[in-house]
Design a protein around this ligand. Sequence first.
Ligand SMILES: [Fe+2]
Length: 307
Amino acid sequence: MTNGKQRPLGVHSLDHFTLAVPDLDAAEKFFRAFGLDVERGAARLYLRCFGSEHVWADIIREQRKKLKSVRFGIFPEDEKAFKERLGPVAADRPIRALGTSMWIKAPDGLCVEVAVSGKTSPDEKVECGLPPLYSHARGTGPRSAMGVIRPRRLAHLALFSKSVPEAISFYQEYLGLRLSDKSGDDVAFMHGPHGSEHHMVALARSGGPGLHHSSWEVRSIAEVGQGAMQMEEAGYPSGWGVGRHVLGSNYFYYARDPWGSYAEFSADMDFIAAGAGWEALDSPPEDSFYQWGPRPPEDFGTNYELA
Ligand SMILES: [Fe+2]
């Protein structure tokens, strides 16, 4: 489906998520350790990346951890067409300074918001080579001179879903996302049609909806490794990595949060340009998950949001 300019109608960016957790103090400590700029509001936390005003996530307090909503950004010129597309199924709800957003429920109940926003997904492949940090003669420097790793933006979310094929259809039909790759009906990865990384949404089969991980962009595999150490030294030794994914190609380290989900340091993911031809693979599990790295924790795929 296209708008009047024969441009595909689709969201351009992953913009925000709201996550409920039982303990805001614990969340503040975790996300600060992860290198995010955490603002404490009256009854919630606002997560930003240092040097930017963009609020990537609201963390609110409820008895159980639960992903409450996910927001995607659209171009202003697409607002009318999106209203027509979502109108029969969306319920308008006012939301802070954003004016009127469009809300729609994913098949398994996740609240999805579509709103006009600036494009935050990259327009080209993010360069991940680091310039020499110390000198051309010495590739590295003293450990004591290492800085804090601070992610630059929210890169993607990995969502549990009761039915991955149904979720793929939903995100294709209503949001205009496209399938990047999948592995049977177990996992799938979706990108935006206006230039985005290999995935702004990953889908994983589970008994119901939930957040598996939020993923945050860092500059290099060096920063992925340093981020892993940063989390261990801050009291978060559990996680998975460092390794490299097959689908998406990114280097990763997953830090386990206090509720059994993860925040991922991610670098060097594949990029899919607007209008680029992209053939989605359907890869067997052993060739879709990770190319190299340690074995994942046994409960890595557990959805702790299920009752
Ligand atoms: Fe990820």
